[in-house]
Design a protein around this ligand. Structure first.
Ligand code: G3P
Ligand code: CA
Length: 239
């Protein structure tokens, strides 16, 4: 069972920061996951929420701020004063960290609340710049976005994210144009998860920080887990 560092090594570093991604890039794990939003001046930035309120010393919606405005805030909150001064990273800056590593890269398009028109094309252009099209999976809770991306770039792997048990996940994924399924942890253990694995479609599961849950998921042969503690989980699963 593969391991993806969720928002980087976010259990030990401020989530979705370069510090968090450098820590993940140094690990012998399979991949990394992070979230992308679009700024007022249409720059792609890596952050989980629609606002910067929870993860920085600022306030406001990303869609209402330019990249230059966003870069004034400190995203090094929590853990240790040594992270003070971490800035919001752009997608380009994060891809740069992984451009020469072996890691598989999961880019989650966070267009669930705001549509971020043209985001798919911009992400694709950046993947082409870095020649990373064969080393990424594009996922979203916004399944229209997943469908759009697949139409735009059939060569790039896509995945649908979902929280609840889904009927006929294999058929639905085919309809959307999703190659893989990214499921909330408990649903993966239900018959739906078992069916997805049996269909041969990759099932990756978020967010798994407990070793006992990792054992359960390994037993039902899911492809991968997303975890905030990739180093701890790697050591546990490879002991
Ligand atoms: O991509 C898996 C997982 O990150 C989805 O949930 O809310 O952590 O982005 P969330
Ligand atoms: Ca995510």
């Amino acid at each position: 069972m593969k391991i993806y560092a969720h928002r980087g090594s976010s259990g030990t570093h401020p989530e979705n920061t370069i510090a968090s991604f450098r820590a993940a890039a140094a690990l012998p794990i399979h991949g990394v996951e992070f979230d992308v939003h679009m700024t007022k001046d249409e720059e792609l930035v890596v952050i989980h929420d629609e606002t910067i309120d929870r993860t920085s010393n600022g306030k406001g919606y990303i869609k209402d701020m330019t990249l230059a405005e966003l870069k004034k805030y400190d995203f090094g909150k929590g853990f240790s004063p040594k992270f003070k001064g971490e800035l919001i990273p752009t997608l380009r800056e994060v891809l740069y960290v992984f451009k020469d590593t072996h890691h598989h890269i999961n880019i989650e398009l966070k267009s669930d609340v705001f549509p971020y028109e043209g985001m798919e094309q911009r992400v694709l252009e950046m993947l082409k710049d870095y020649r990373l099209e064969s080393r990424v999976v594009i996922s979203s809770f916004n399944h229209e976005m997943v469908r759009n991306f697949k139409k735009l770039a059939p060569q790039v792997e896509t995945a649908i994210l979902f929280m609840e048990v889904m009927i006929a996940p294999h058929d639905y994924a085919r309809l959307v144009g999703a190659d893989a399924l990214h499921a909330f942890f408990p649903t993966a253990l239900r018959p739906m998860g078992i069916e997805a694995v049996a269909s041969g479609r990759k099932l990756r599961v978020f967010t798994v920080n407990e070793e006992a849950y990792a054992d359960m998921l390994r037993a039902v042969k899911v492809d991968a887990i997303f975890t905030d503690y990739p180093e701890k989980m790697y050591n546990y699963l490879n002991k």
